[in-house]
Design a protein around this ligand. Structure first.
Ligand code: AMP
Ligand code: ZN
Length: 195
């Protein structure tokens, strides 16, 4: 076979190039990446956040295709109970303070619970929006999500006004009463809390 036709054959055997997936599907892709997987159970996959906003930052996701917190109903309480067990196991494996919760307006597809350490000391934490998304009520704590779902049977969408006002909340340290003027000052300040 000539070199030319050999190349032709190799090309025809090569799988067609997959179309580029939308960025919001990135978590679903990362769930298949062994380098990012931290833990797996029958129903759940825990991955490392690709742009961690603290020293420890994991995402807990269901294998089941549940697009977001807004698709949850009371039938999902058992699954969410498993999220809680996984969170307890992760806490046992680390000797720092960890919080678990969901963003009130998630940007990425597939339900995901953040498990994040309180140091918030990470180069990926850059903006006021990053900060306020983990330190204001925009971060729905795991227990609060369970309570709301048990009470209302669903998770209510946050209004645009509330969303905007939470994102523009003045900066405040999450570990003391210090009110920094800007992000560089906050990031510098956070270092004093590191043991
Ligand atoms: P949110 O949808 O706002 O609750 O947060 C999405 C989280 O996913 C952020 O903390 C991002 O750093 C993280 N992230 C974005 N893309 C990826 C990816 N491809 N793999 C893993 N984590 C990601
Ligand atoms: Zn402080």
């Amino acid at each position: 076979m000539s070199k030319r036709s050999l190349e032709k054959e190799e090309n025809s055997n090569r799988p067609a190039k997959e179309p580029k997936k939308h960025w919001s599907l990135g978590l679903v892709e990362s769930m298949k990446d062994p380098k990012l997987i931290y833990k797996e159970t029958k129903n759940i996959i825990v991955i490392k956040d690709k742009y961690p906003k603290a020293k420890i930052h994991y995402l807990v996701l269901p294998r089941e295709e549940i697009s977001s917190i807004f698709k949850l109903n009371k039938s999902h309480l058992d699954l969410l109970e498993e999220f809680g067990s996984v969170f307890n196991t992760i806490k046992e494996e680390h000797d720092c303070e960890l919080r678990a919760g969901f963003h009130a307006v998630p940007s990425m597809h597939r339900l995901h619970m953040h498990v994040i350490s309180t140091d918030m000391n990470s180069p990926c934490l850059k903006t006021k929006i990053h900060w306020n998304s983990f330190t204001t009520s925009f971060f729905i704590l795991y227990e609060d999500l369970i309570n709301n779902l048990t009470k209302d049977g669903c998770i209510e969408k946050m209004s645009n006004e509330t969303h905007k006002s939470l994102m523009s909340t003045p900066l405040k340290c999450n570990q003391c009463s210090f009110e920094p003027k800007n992000m560089p000052q906050l990031k510098q300040h956070l270092l004093i809390h590191i043991k």
